[in-house]
Ligand binder design. Structure first.
Ligand code: ASP
Ligand code: MG
Length: 458
């Protein structure tokens, strides 16, 4: 009996024939082992989902010509990828033919949308699902050819087992139903077969195509990992895991070997890119290790995301968020002013905008926002009650580490690293046990981050 490993490849890992060939080599080396069999979960080729969304919208124009041209372009791109990757006839022709059915379906959809001048979420999902269906067709054919007739490689249509709610374009996966329907897949892989399927797409209980929201294929991989009780989940992307810092800022940045879910979430919240950690929570919660790896540099160890890590490490990573707006609101009494606080938080609640950091004083409060939209609301709310001062061109720097609270001397090291030149305009600490954030002027942000990185990670 083999254990299942989920291997999810993102858009850049399948963007063209070269990328697909690299990813197929990864399946052979890291998916098919003495104890494991891979279930490959694919994204659309990079850029294709965007193009499909654009196409849906172009279908509403009086003349659907542009929408149809865009489908021609997608068809040409996929046909080229298939030709370059598969090389031999009749395989190339067979795959191109199967792809053609997808594009024909889209052309019919475009005409329907155009005729009715109506683009429903349901139609959007039919259109958007084409990217994953096309990439998986090509990938499956190439993997099956590569492995030869000795091995079974199945192409599973996610719409047959990845059952979701009917909230088209942001449908919610139904875990129990999915687990039930994946039983067959599970047992065929346990016997030694391999599988290729699509992320991001699914269907309702009544068989209508859905998608689960942009960037959703990591979430698909996590749900499928849970449903098949996978041994581990490998997320193959174009960076070798979660980094200690943006490498464009600190050249010495390296990937973090192991990180807790909480820390990964904090880093993402405070500006580090890579993946949205919440999407892999279902797997983390079931203690299935999730690895983030680079398909361009597969030899690098990447990052393992686990439920909790050891508390003895002081620092895990550093995030920078640019274009921060620092807002200071001051009451006029010089007394603790609950009314002003209430008004400010009321305005925020109404707007749905949350500050990234907050700091309170006797009659004033500072907030760091990532979005200017909230400013007019706050100005209106404060009118005649409190003064409001808005500073733009700021940056928020956040250090994340599990032992921030329990270790002495960390604050001193941070302030030493800030040095004399950088003016720290606000600090937020204690909101969580594992993050400390401060606001500096954008001009000095890179310099400060570099120094902090040197202090804690080099
Ligand atoms: N192809 C989809 C998107 O670009 C899903 C994904 O790649 O995760 O949003
Ligand atoms: Mg994508």
């Amino acid at each position: 009996m083999y254990k299942i490993v989920i291997q999810k490849f993102g858009g850049t890992s399948v963007e063209d024939a070269r990328a697909m060939a690299r990813s197929i080599a990864i399946v052979r080396e890291r998916g098919i082992t003495r104890r494991t069999r891979p279930l490959v979960v694919l994204s659309a080729c990079a850029g294709v989902t965007n193009a499909l969304i654009k196409t849906s919208e172009l279908s509403l124009k009086e003349n659907p010509r542009e929408a149809l041209t865009s489908i021609d372009q997608l068809e040409a791109r996929h046909a080229r990828t298939a030709r370059e990757l598969l090389e031999e006839e009749p395989l190339v022709r067979d795959v191109q033919q199967a792809l053609r059915a997808i594009w024909e379906e889209l052309r019919t959809l475009v005409r329907g949308i155009n005729l009715l001048r109506e683009l429903t979420p349901k139609r959007r999902d039919q259109m958007q699902s084409a990217g994953e269906r096309a990439s998986s067709l090509i990938f499956h054919a190439a993997l099956a050819r590569e492995l030869g007739s000795s091995r079974e490689v199945h192409l599973f249509d996610a719409r047959e087992f990845f059952i979701t709610s009917n909230e088209f374009t942001s449908a919610r996966p139904m875990q129990t139903e999915i687990a039930k329907r994946m039983k067959k897949i599970r047992s065929s892989l346990a016997k030694g077969a391999m599988g290729v399927t699509q992320g991001f797409i699914g269907s309702t209980l009544t068989g209508e195509t859905t998608t689960i929201g942009r960037g959703g294929s990591d979430f698909s991989a996590a749900i499928m990992g849970v449903a098949t009780e996978a041994d581990s989940i490998q997320i193959w992307t174009d960076v070798a895991g979660i980094m200690t810092c943006d490498p464009r800022v600190a050249t010495a940045a390296r990937s973090i070997e192991r990180i807790s879910f909480r820390e990964a979430s904090e880093l993402a919240f405070f500006g580090a890119k890579v993946l949205h950690p919440e999407t892999i929570w279902p797997a983390v919660e079931k203690e299935i290790p999730v690895l983030v790896l680079s398909s361009k540099e597969p030899e690098k160890p990447g990052t393992e995301i686990v439920e909790t890590t050891e508390k003895d490490r002081s620092m895990t990573g550093l995030a920078i968020k640019r274009a921060i707006i620092l807002v200071r609101i001051a009451g006029q009494s010089g007394q603790p002013d609950a009314a002003v606080q209430q008004i400010v938080w009321g305005a925020l609640a109404e707007s749905g905008a949350l500050p990234l950091a907050v700091s309170l004083s006797v009659d004033s409060a500072s907030f760091a926002f990532a979005d200017t939209a909230v400013i007019p609301l706050l100005r209106a709310a404060c009118e005649g009650l409190a003064g409001i001062d808005v500073q733009t061109e700021r940056a928020l720097i956040t250090l994340v580490g599990p032992g921030l609270h329990s270790q002495s001397g960390i604050a001193a090291r941070i302030f030493r690293a800030l040095g004399r030149t950088a003016n720290c305009e606000m600090i937020s600490y204690g909101g969580s046990e594992s993050a400390i954030s401060f606001v500096v002027h954008d001009d000095v942000a890179s310099r400060v981050a570099k120094r902090l990185h040197a202090e804690f990670f080099e």
